[in-house]
Design a protein around this ligand. Sequence first.
Ligand code: MG
Length: 379
Amino acid sequence: MTRVVLVGATGSIGRSTLDVLRSLGPSVSLHAAFAGSDAAGLSAIADEFDVAALGVADEAAYAALRDAAPGVRTGCGDAFCEEVIADPAVDVVVSAATGAAGLPASLATLRHGKRLALANKESMVMAGPLLLAEAERSGAMIVPVDSEHSAIFQCLQAGRREEVASIVLTASGGPFRTWSKKQIANAKPADALIHPTWSMGPKVTVDSASLLNKSLELIEAHWLFDQPDHLEMVIHPQSLIHGFVEYGDGSIIAQMSRPDMRLPIQYALTYPARAPASFHRFSVTDFAELTFHAPDLDRFPGAALGAQAIALGGTAGAIVNAANEVAVARFLDGAIPFPAISATVLAVLENASIQPDPNLDDIYRADLAAREDAANCRI
Ligand code: MG
């Protein structure tokens, strides 16, 4: 039996993971669940699943959790989360918190030699080399849950790493794909929160609208797939091909499925096995048309920030991620217009001094400084 710790249990990926656990039956069980502050959500999970522990990140939510889940071991904070992850009973951790807050759980997972089902792309964006070093040391495996990276992970099984010519991540193009620059300049938070093909949490949905999500994903792929020479993004509005790998002989291997996170989550839990899908399966005859085009960097300057951060290296990923988190929050609060998200990230990145070979403290310092810069940035 595979025992799973779910971090970010009450968010969009968390709910999809619970759905996968329901359908996989007794071969996989939920050992523990963690959330930011949603004590009621965790207590509902404990009512349904036989969990050994529940935890919240937010200290202020701890009393509510303790009262809501009598008879279950409860705790709060990163140290408690790590203690639960370290339990020899645990096999896999689904790291699905939002933003930089997800990094400690991802690191703890690899430190204790557990499989990391990585949905929190920010972990890899901020601290890719540190995560890889922990995985190398402990022998733990990282299986990506981000749909594009799961696709690439699957496509890479068709050849050898040295035979790869290029890796391509697809992007839906988001809700503003067909909008003019002027329309985008006047976009409201509600406009950015409607995604054409994927149903996701608010932060990643706004990131999809700015294409900064794809920039973060390029950085994630840069580390996950061993710094490939050719790493690209392409707009594919139907969101049916999630990524493809081109080999030196000219063969392109693509992974196709409906845009449903339950597939990459399930694959990360059962890999190398493929369990039957309980959710809606893909039929090519339902989709007459697959289209692809290059991103328009004039309307979506956020699409260029990933390659820029990769070229800068070191703390650049952490800086882009932190500045973006703050800028997205300010946009959702109505404090800045939509184009100011990417402009803020670019300004913060250009003003920052990049540390080339950072340790964890350096990364958190860069993260904090970028957050302050982004909060004070006037575009
Ligand atoms: Mg993705």
